[in-house]
Each structure stands twice: as C-alpha cells, then as structure tokens.
Design a protein around this ligand. Structure first.
Ligand code: NHF
Length: 473
C-alpha cells in the first residue's frame, strides 16, 4: 500500500515542533511493515538554503485565476529509501512563517499543489498513493479539494496534532481555489458565510480523523464545546455516526535511532539500563559543571515557551522552592514575554536556577541525560514527545495529567502526574519526587521502569497500518 503523507514540516529537512519529528519517524516505521510512504511538504527558503536540491520537474496550478508553476524537488530521507518531495511555488514563494490572511491563502495553494502533485508523481514516478494522510490545518483543505474539485477517489486521513491551531480566515480563499458555490455550499451551512475554518473543513471532509493520543481524542470531544471547532466536530459525528465519525487516538512514538542514550553522540557518557547510574551521574556532573551549578537533585524543563506549555505554572512554583536545595534548568525559546520572565527568575535565584532561551537540540540531549527529573506542566498536550524521550534517558517526568502525558506515564510507576494548571499540585509532586529519590530502591525501580517502557514507533505504525487498511476496504 502507498501512502502520501503531507504537512507543514518534516525533520530533518525542516523542523519547528513535534509534527516535524512525526513526519520523519512515521514513514520510516511504516516502511518496516510493508507500507510505502512518501512525504510532501513546501520547499521553504530555509530548506533551499540548507539543501539546494535539484529540480525534477514542474506542473501548474490555477490559483487566484492565474496559472502558477510549481517546481518539484526531492531527496531520500537520510539512511532510507524513502522519497521526500518539496514543492516550490515559483511566483508566490512558500514561506514558513507567513502570517494572517496570506498564510491561509498560501496553504490553500499548497493544498491545491499537493493534489496536482498526485498526478505528477503518478505519471513521472509511477507511484500512485492509495491514501493521502494530511496533518493539521496546513493540509486540511486537501480532502475537500480532492473530493469536490478534482473528483479524485483517494481516501484521506486527517491527523490533528493540535486542535487550537485551526486556520480561520476569509471564505474568499475558496474563490482563489476556483471552487464554485454549488461545491462549497455544504461547508457554509451554519456558519458566518464570510469565514472559513480550514481545520474544520478537514474534520468534516476527511474520510477518517485521528489525533495523537486517546486521551486527547476524548478531550477534543468533551472540552471544546465553546470553541469554533465544535460545530464541525458535531457535524462529523452526526453525519458519520459509526466509527468514522469518531476521532481515533494513536499515540506517537519516538525515533529510537535518534533518542538512545547508548549511542547518543551529544552526551558525555553513553549508557543503557545496565550502567545508567554511573552514566547519568557522569552526564549530570558534566552538565552542572558547564552551568556552574552544585551537585543537587536536578530538575529541568525543555520545550517551547508558549502558554500551552504551562511555563507560568512552573515559574509560580519555582518561587516557592528556594529552600529545597535543588537545581532547575529551563531550556526553550518562544514567546518573548515568557522568555523575559524566565530570565528574571534565573537572575532572582542565581545559585540554583538557569535559563537558556535558545533552540539547541544538542543541549536538550545533555539535559535529558544529565537531569534527574523533567517537569512538563502543559495546559494540554495532544501527545508530547518530551516525556517519552526523558524516560528513555532515565529522567523521571513530573507532568500534567492530560492528553498524551496521561497516556504515556504510569503515575507512581515510571513518572508522576499532577492535576493540570495547579502550581500547588506541582509543588507537591516535586517534593514527592525528592522523597522517592531518597528511597534508592524505589527510585531505581522507577528509573528502570521508565527506561524500559517501549515508546518506539513500531507499535503505533501497526495501528496506522490498520487504519489505512480499513480506509481502502
Ligand atoms: O506531540 C506531534 C506533536 C505532539 O503534543 C504535541 C503537540 C504538537 O502539541 O504530534 O504535535
């Protein structure tokens, strides 16, 4: 079976968040179980500058009543035979950080380009996708374009990695796509006729909709009653009352080739479950030395500085931990205001808090290897990869009880969960973690249980395979 996977980003070529990792790891894992997946994303300037691929061909699309030419570039995913394609809009360049209305239009034209690319790749590479797997709002118009404009009978799966990004904009985008009223009146029903919710269109028109954990799938159906997306979720449920109307939850995995303390080149001392105690100690010594911190129980935070990630909760908590004799290291970039507050926090407690407002994969590896605990105070977390990575490195997660965090951490066994949004609960969990660490037998058991938990993509890939098979039946 052939699956075309598409989305905003794909590591290692272009990565801004967890979706980038999924777009790299999922096709690899599918390949191992006999599914031929290929990936297509926009050819942003950031990718061009780094890779400068050779053009393989071009085709045209009609967008905004003008004929635009789209260049096709490709590369094999390193160390695999999986082709990744990059589409280049020659006139209106695809830009990775485009804002506002232009952003909706840009991704609409990218979606149209992907649908036309299906013809191109079938003809030029003799490869016909049996399924198109879309990810997030950036590719959520594809099901509609495929069905109503191109009349192509290829089943579509839409995976939601974050429901809070929906792509809301002017309905005029449909004119630009040259989709006439008769074709789109269905989606105007019950909404202001001037607005389009791109993710919503995907939810209504995709053959199947999934998300990245079972708990988040439940939260989507339960917690979004007042959100603009609710009408679309309801419509889908009503129109497809059987299994198809539901949102299916499949937990992501992590790439064990990249995240493996036994082979990790970025860390000071490689280790596995047999020598983790000395391995982690050496990495911790190295980490603390580089930051000028004393040897104490060490907690870290790794992630985007965004409201979703609950840094305000962590900041509030840290203020009450001065007497605990711990280290707290915070790594991440994002919202300038949050960044500023974190820096101030580090200035306030110079002997035990460090803030590194940078994007550094290498430093993240060192933190996973050298910390004792990782704090993940997310307000919501569709899946979360950080807890899985940390656990593989024997770093115990202390995380909000929500979404994928809840589905991947067994409270008290391989990590600790606390009620989301509550700094008092986080403080209590931190104290509890310190007590566990004092009880060496219990702590050892917990670390080993975390390190041994299977978060490889293999399990999830099988579940995706089952979904795909259902879709082509
Ligand atoms: O892991 C990849 C990622 C998730 O929880 C994460 C998120 C965005 O918020 O599926 O997407």
């Amino acid at each position: 079976m052939n699956v075309l996977i598409t989305g905003y980003e794909a590591a290692p070529f272009y990565k801004r968040g967890g979706l980038g990792d999924v777009m790299e790891s999922l096709p690899k894992a599918l390949g191992k179980i006999g599914i031929e997946a290929r990936v297509v994303i926009p050819y942003y300037d950031d990718i061009k500058e780094k890779y400068n691929f050779k053009e393989e061909g071009e085709f045209t699309i009609r967008f905004e009543s003008v004929v635009e030419s789209i260049g096709v570039y490709s590369s094999l995913l390193p160390r695999t035979k999986i082709p990744f394609y990059f589409l280049d809009n020659k006139k209106h360049k695809f830009i990775s950080d485009k804002r506002g209305k232009d952003k909706i239009n840009q991704f609409a034209s990218f979606n149209l380009a992907v649908v036309n690319f299906i013809h191109w790749v079938s003809e030029h590479h003799k490869w016909i996708p049996s399924i198109v797997h879309c990810n997030d709002w950036h590719t959520a118009l594809i099901p509609l374009i495929l069905k109503q404009k191109m009349k192509l009978e290829i089943p579509t799966l839409l995976t939601i990695h974050n429901l809070n990004y929906q792509g809301i904009g002017s309905l005029k985008v449909l004119d630009l796509l040259d989709m006439r009223d008769e074709e789109t009146k269905e989606i105007k029903r019950g909404k202001p006729a001037t607005e389009i919710n791109v993710l919503g269109e995907g939810i209504v028109h995709a053959d199947l909709v999934s998300t990245v954990s079972r708990s988040y799938a439940k939260e989507i159906m339960r917690d979004y009653g007042k959100n603009p997306i609710a009408a679309f979720l309801k419509k889908r449920e009503e129109e497809q009352p059987k299994i198809d109307g539901k949102i299916i939850g499949i937990l992501n995995g992590i790439d064990y080739d990249v995240w493996n303390p036994a082979t990790d080149k970025s860390i000071f001392h490689k280790y596995d479950t047999n020598n983790w105690e000395t391995g982690k100690k050496d990495n911790k010594d190295d980490l603390l030395k580089s930051l000028g911190l004393e040897d104490r129980p060490t907690f870290c935070f790794v992630g985007r500085m965004a409201k979703q990630k609950g840094l305000d909760i962590l900041i509030k908590t840290v203020d009450g931990l001065d007497s605990l004799n711990i280290n707290m290291i915070i790594l991440g970039v994002g919202d300038p205001i949050i960044q500023e507050t974190v820096l101030k926090l580090a200035q306030k407690y110079p002997s035990w808090v460090r803030a590194e407002p940078i994007y550094s994969e290498e430093f993240a590896h060192k933190l996973y290897a050298g910390s004792d605990f990782i704090i993940i105070p997310s307000r919501y977390e569709p899946c979360g990869l950080i807890q899985m990575i940390a656990m593989r490195y024997g770093t115990i997660p202390i995380a909000s009880k929500t979404g994928g965090l809840q589905d991947s951490i067994a409270n008290g066994k391989n990590g600790l969960l606390f009620e989301k949004g509550k700094s008092i609960r986080l403080k209590k969990a931190i104290k509890h973690a310190l007590n566990i660490q004092k009880d060496m037998a219990r702590y050892r058991k917990m670390v080993l249980s975390a390190m041994r938990k299977d978060f490889s993509w293999d399990k999830s890939a099988v579940l995706y395979k089952k979904l795909y098979e259902e879709m082509v039946k």
